[in-house]
Design a protein around this ligand. Structure first.
Ligand code: PMP
Length: 456
């Protein structure tokens, strides 16, 4: 890009200091709670990654509703993080909460099926086009169980994942490329075995490497997001999905598509929007408006093969399970969410808003000639501090900016906007409004003006 601006690192560091001071000044109660929490919570937080928020300590939330929340200091926020997709429905959506409350009074878990189970399964069939469904409590578990079944069905030991992927705490997906060679993802805590023993790992969009890895015939399944969303958004190149499907079929490898984030593409995820044909599809997070729930579905043929490997006497202890999985509350919440919240109309609204946010960010990038870009999957938008879209995980990781990423998050947070950590992702919910989008564009431009003050 001609005449593109350079980031003044010293300036961004100085701004970061003043933003941290501003954050501390406006969040005394959160800080107090964080200090108190040091006595009972490991690292002062209920989930250790909450320490990574850029203000120096996390916000404590008082109340969340729709597309907004309020912290314990009384500050209000527009929420584009939405619990990293768990609340893509909007917080406590009015259209689902009555059914959830009703179920709370009628039994939460029984280890027996309820009628909602097949309402939900039939709706998932209709949305995603896969025949047979099972339930779990997290997308992680849906992925883990799918991989177990894939190995049992194919009698093959290996799994293939893409460098830079994230599929939850699924051990096989912790194989990454390290200096170009298969290794363990940085920060992998206490792996039971070296993940390269279970998994092959190649770059997204590299068909040659994919074919080379599948050719020996030892890969049970490829586990992929239809669009990578966890190192920033990395789109598939034209024709990539067709080739991925053709190669997996050619070598007898199953294709598992993880739609947990790409559910942003439409009511049937990216799979339906782009007519993909996975053997297994997994999805979790917002499926039950934030009540823990996940699902995994099989094609008709694969479902029959999966049924055959589940041995009745060991069905409860075969490595696929979860006492609370498919509980009555999760199922009632999934039904209410699919029936009344994540509807066709809601998606039309959410995708329209995401287009508006994308245009707003693009406008600022163009106006200030920034060497950045913005990309989108349905109602999910991401801006990255590199001039053009990354082609694969390595490029996306190299494009992450240790100064700008936390700065933009904190600057936004200090002005009442929460982005998804730890890259710059904004997600729409049915409760998000045009005013929310306009405010985001305004603050984004303000951040840019602060960073590049010498230009204005
Ligand atoms: N799949 C994808 C694509 C994800 O992004 C995540 C979480 N970010 C998961 C699975 C795991 O979800 P959970 O932590 O709810 O199990």
């Amino acid at each position: 890009m001609l005449h593109s601006v350079q980031v003044d690192r010293d300036r961004v560091k100085a701004l970061m200091h003043s933003e941290q001071a501003r954050f501390a000044e406006h969040h005394p109660r959160s800080f107090e709670l964080y200090q108190r929490a040091q006595n009972s919570l490991l690292a002062g937080v209920p989930m250790h990654w909450m320490t990574r928020w850029p203000g120096g300590f996390p916000l404590f939330v008082a109340e969340a509703k729709g597309a907004t929340f309020r912290d314990v200091d009384g500050n209000e926020y527009i929420d584009f993080c939405l619990g990293d997709t768990g609340a893509m429905t909007g917080h406590s959506p009015e259209a689902a909460v009555p059914a959830i409350i009703q179920q709370l009074g009628r039994g939460i878990t029984t280890m027996l099926p309820s009628e909602n189970a097949f309402w939900v399964a039939e709706e998932l069939q209709r949305r995603f086009g896969l025949k047979y469904w099972q339930f779990a409590l997290s997308a992680t578990d849906a992925n883990r169980f799918s991989l177990r079944l894939a190995r049992a069905i194919t009698k093959r030991p290996q799994v293939l994942v893409f460098h830079g992927c994230y599929h939850g705490t699924v051990d096989e997906a912790y194989a990454w490329l390290v200096d170009g060679k298969p290794g363990s993802r940085p920060g992998n805590i206490g792996p039971q075995i070296d993940p390269t023993l279970t998994s092959k790992v190649v770059e997204w969009n590299d068909l040659e490497a994919l074919e080379e890895a599948l050719e020996p015939g030892d890969v049970a399944a490829v586990l992929a997001e239809p669009v990578m969303t966890n190192v920033g958004i990395v789109q598939p190149q034209p024709g990539y999905h067709e080739a991925l499907r053709a190669l997996t079929r050619k070598y007898g490898t199953l294709l598992i598509l993880d739609e947990t984030h790409t559910l942003s593409a439409g009511p049937g995820g990216y799979t339906r929007a782009h007519r993909l044909e996975p053997d297994i599809l997994t999805v979790g997070k917002p499926l039950a408006s934030g009540i823990p729930a996940a699902a995994y579905g099989f094609t008709e043929e694969l479902g029959r093969r999966a049924h055959a490997v589940i041995q009745p006497p060991y069905a409860d202890t075969g490595g696929i399970g979860g006492t609370l999985a498919a509980n009555a509350l999760s199922l009632a919440a999934m039904r209410a969410t699919l029936e009344h919240v994540l509807t066709e109309e809601a998606y039309a609204h959410m995708i329209g808003l995401a287009e508006r946010l994308e245009e707003g960010v693009q406008g600022v990038i163009a106006q200030y000639q920034l060497p950045w870009h913005v990309t989108r999957v349905g109602c999910r938008v991401e801006y990255l501090f590199r001039p053009n879209p990354a082609k694969n995980g390595s490029e996306a990781l190299a494009g992450q900016d240790p100064d700008l990423d936390p700065f933009i998050h904190l600057f936004m947070m200090n002005r009442g906007i929460l982005l998804t950590p730890f890259h710059n992702m904004a997600l729409m919910s049915p409760a998000t409004t045009v005013a929310h989008i306009n405010r985001h564009t305004e603050v984004f431009e303000e951040a840019v003006r602060a960073m590049f003050a010498y230009r204005v």
